[in-house]
Design a protein around this ligand. Structure first.
Ligand SMILES: [Zn+2]
Length: 137
């Protein structure tokens, strides 16, 4: 099933950065998931993310992706020069986090963990705004 890519407007500048890096590294980003409703389980996920985890997906500040590279589709496990280029580019963007430390295979996860400065208020505000107003078609 195809879903639209849904993000919070605050995250758009980061997506623009991701697009620029992808272009410079000769890869195409194929988004597999973005914003999620709370308690929406993905295939293979043991339990759906709830509010307590403050995942960036629940506020539209994360995207999961695979990369279409000259040598084929590349996920979080594969290695090739284009993916290395992309990874290094992402690492250079302040505020972007590559991987989530939970899933070691499958799609690449890139997020902006804006609440890790010690304040959860911004996350909570976006959660209230988006979880009750953003309908996934
Ligand atoms: Zn993710």
């Amino acid at each position: 099933m195809d879903y639209p890519v849904i993000i919070e407007e605050d995250f758009l500048p980061y997506v623009d950065d991701i697009n620029t890096i992808a272009s410079e590294c000769n890869v195409t980003v194929l988004v597999t998931h973005s914003y999620r409703k709370a308690n929406f389980g993905l295939n293979g996920q043991l339990r759906p993310p709830g509010r307590d985890e403050r995942t960036p997906h629940l506020i539209g500040h994360a995207i999961d992706m695979v990369l279409d590279t000259p040598s084929g589709i590349c996920d979080s496990q594969c290695t090739n020069p284009e993916k290395s280029c992309f990874f290094e580019g992402i690492q250079n963007i302040t505020g972007l986090e590559y991987g989530n430390g939970v899933f070691n295979d499958g799609p690449i996860h890139i997020a902006n963990n804006l609440w890790e400065n010690g304040s959860t208020q911004k996350w909570d505000d976006l959660y209230e705004k988006n979880q009750y107003n953003c309908i996934i078609p």
